[in-house]
Design a protein around this ligand. Structure first.
Ligand code: ADP
Length: 547
């Protein structure tokens, strides 16, 4: 058996959260057993398409990709594959229609999803605005934010029994009459701890900001314009709230829908909690990430290895869609219809350090593009090959692909750059495509503090090698515009979206954040999220810039 090269922190996280336990709460597997359990459960799907499939060989390849830390699937897959819950997807979106049945149905479905470690996103834009009449009773509604508070309290209340704290995304379109209450919700209603909030901006809104014009707010039920607001003033309010709390983030919703592979099935209105995965109501997505530090041959990118790893990962993730045990009948139906998967990367910043390339550089941007285009191409090939043997995704003929001349496609989407918050810790590398947060600092994982000395930095120090400050850049050493440039480079070849936080110095002004939002609007991004240093009372990560 392969020896596992896990950091002490990775072992601790596995022990606390991932390893199977018996009814007394005692751990009953080792990390090696975990990867064996996941590999076999996922490989078994091959048998559904070919009774004589060499499942053992596939399981060995999956296991090797995971134990070598070259590829890891999202947390629910590691936790639940081959275990009673059997729910393997990280991301879900649920509908919220303007009636109590729909609201409380989704509240229940969200609880069932959170129980399995999945995150949920909702668009609250169909809910009638504050003060609107409720029929047949002669009451008035508290509007979308009052329902977000309800979802947040419910999530918070049952947190203790869950695999991990529940995470939600609440989205509101900028044209909703309650938009100002929504934008300031985190400032006005406490933290809404289990929610991220995002405002959906359409192209018309961006045009209004550019031309300094008023933007109409529209009643979601009647379609009537109820008032106008200055586009610039609304964006300024978003920037002020983001300055104070980090929320709301921004979604460029028209850009997101231009990339919607199945527009006949409806508009994309919401994303998963961290924003990287737009989904239709009831859809889910399984994510997986390639560890880029393992794709190096010395100090150069091994594109052959990157391609073959992406190929194997698509096989893995398509199998996950097959064996996933869904929390509700509707998520099963929708997820199987479009078979969305999201392959991404982690360890990008560490890879750059190993290659001696500064994060804030043209070379890094070019490398990001070539990595992601290689993964995207390999994923398309792999999905076409799977489709030849297993069939196209069921809604293929109603998707955008036939008109583009694509004949075979097993999955409506293939690529997503996820935050890899936990799996990057398991792999012992920098998360996602983010710069290193701190080379010598502390992390908070699931409410606990961990001392965190960056492994490459630690090795350099041990070996007495000089620390080149242009290479060992932290998130705060990188200028906001360069954060966006790296995000855009990955987005260019990503079907879904790229999770990225633009880290800002404590002293930045709200006006600068507003300008940054407009920069992002001009960069073909699907969204933007900022975080100003020290703006969150729970911030434990302490950044120690080397400068
Ligand atoms: P991981 O590294 O644990 O696999 P990521 O940090 O990449 O997960 O997050 C991917 C997605 O998983 C998020 O966008 C969200 O949909 C879901 N997710 C992350 N953290 C949580 C959580 N605490 N509770 C529920 N879902 C979560």
């Amino acid at each position: 058996m392969r020896t596992l090269n896990l950091t002490p922190l990775a072992r601790e996280v596995l022990q606390k959260r991932y390893l199977a336990r018996n009814y007394r709460g005692e751990t009953i597997e080792t990390p090696a057993d975990l990867f064996d359990r996941v590999a076999w459960t996922v490989a078994e799907a091959d048998r559904l398409f070919d009774a004589g499939a060499a499942v053992g060989e596939t399981a060995a390849r999956f296991e090797s990709a995971m134990t070598s830390l070259e590829f890891l699937p999202n947390s629910p897959c590691l936790m639940n594959a081959g275990r009673p819950l059997g729910q393997l997807a990280a991301c879900f979106v649920l509908p919220v229609e303007d009636n109590l049945e729909s609201i409380f149905q989704s509240l229940k479905d969200a609880a069932l999803i959170h129980r399995t470690g999945g995150g949920t996103g909702f668009s609250f834009g169909r809910l009638r605005p504050t003060g609107d009449t409720i029929f047949p009773a002669s009451g008035v509604t508290g509007g979308p934010v009052s329902f977000i508070r309800l979802f947040d309290s419910a999530t918070h209340l049952i947190d203790r029994n869950r695999i991990r704290p529940g995470a939600n995304m609440g989205v509101l379109h900028v044209s909703h009459p309650d938009i100002e209450t929504f934008i300031t919700a985190k400032r006005d209603h406490g933290l809404l701890r289990n929610f991220n909030l995002s405002v959906s901006l359409d192209d018309h809104f961006i045009d209004c900001v550019r031309a300094d014009r008023d933007y109409p707010l529209v009643h979601p039920r009647t379609g009537a314009i109820v008032k106008h607001r200055s586009g610039v003033a609304l964006l300024q309010l978003m920037a002020e709230s983001a300055w104070a709390t980090g929320d709301p983030g921004i979604l460029f919703i028209d850009r997101i829908n231009r990339a919607n592979p199945t527009p006949e099935q409806g508009l994309l209105e919401a994303t998963n909690p961290c924003g990287e995965q737009p989904l239709l109501p009831h859809e889910s997505c399984t994510l997986g990430s390639i560890n880029l530090t393992r794709m190096l041959n010395g100090t150069t990118l091994d594109t052959g290895k990157l391609e073959s790893t992406a190929h194997l990962a698509v096989h893995f993730l398509d199998n996950v869609v097959e064996v996933n045990r869904h929390p509700t009948a509707q998520t099963e139906e929708w997820s199987r219809m479009n078979r969305k998967i999201g392959l991404g990367v982690m360890g990008f910043a560490d890879m750059l350090i190993l290659m001696g390339i500064p994060y804030q550089s043209r070379q890094a941007v070019e490398l990001a593009e070539s990595i992601m285009s290689c993964i995207q191409r390999a994923a398309e090939d792999a999905s076409a090959e799977l489709a030849a043997r297993r069939g196209n995704f069921p809604a293929f003929h109603r998707s955008v692909f036939p008109a583009r001349g694509v004949k075979r496609r097993r999955n409506a989407t293939l690529t997503t750059v996820a935050p890899t918050g936990t799996i990057s810790i398991l792999a012992g590398v920098s998360s996602s495509v983010e710069p290193v947060f701190a080379f010598d600092g502390q992390r908070r994982i699931a409410g606990e503090r961990y001392t965190d000395l960056h492994p490459i930095y630690a090795r350099y120090r041990r070996e007495g090698r000089p620390i080149d400050k242009t290479i060992f850049q932290t998130a705060w050493d990188v200028s906001p515009h360069w954060h966006l440039k790296i995000q855009a480079a990955f987005q260019k070849y990503t079907d879904n979206a790229v999770s990225k936080t633009v880290n800002l110095p404590e002293t930045i002004t709200a006006e600068k954040i507003r300008d940054l939002f407009m920069d992002a609007a001009g960069m073909d991004l699907k969204g933007v999220t900022v975080y100003r240093d020290q703006s969150h009372p729970d911030q434990i990560l302490s950044a120690c810039s080397l400068k």
